[in-house]
Design a protein around this ligand. Structure first.
Ligand SMILES: [Zn+2]
Length: 100
């Protein structure tokens, strides 16, 4: 059951019930699920029902404990090293590519 939020508690904007994709991590595992959330139309803040939050905790726990028998594999996940570019560098690269 969803909690009825009328306004976003962060910015006071209007919220709307939407189906959203949620990424959960536990240990080295990641699970993707689709749930209903109240999404702020202004700042994008997501508000979940208490039952949904409880479900997230259960799934995170299962991922941590490697109880994965009920989960359907969804491709592989890969870890990449941290990469940092300055905004200036990225912007000039984009301009160069557009001009060619
Ligand atoms: Zn908001």
């Amino acid at each position: 059951m969803l909690m009825p939020f009328e306004k976003c508690p962060v910015c006071g904007g209007e919220v709307q019930e939407k189906e959203v994709e949620k990424l959960l991590r536990g240990g080295n595992h990641t699970a993707v699920l689709r749930v209903l959330a109240e999404v702020c139309l202004h700042c994008g803040e997501r508000l979940y029902a208490q039952d949904t939050v409880r479900l997230f905790e259960q799934i995170r726990g299962k991922l941590e404990r490697q109880e994965l028998s009920n989960f359907k594999p969804l491709g592989q996940s890969f870890a990449l090293p941290f990469m940092a570019f300055s905004q200036k560098g990225m912007r000039s690269l984009e301009v160069t590519m557009t001009l060619q």
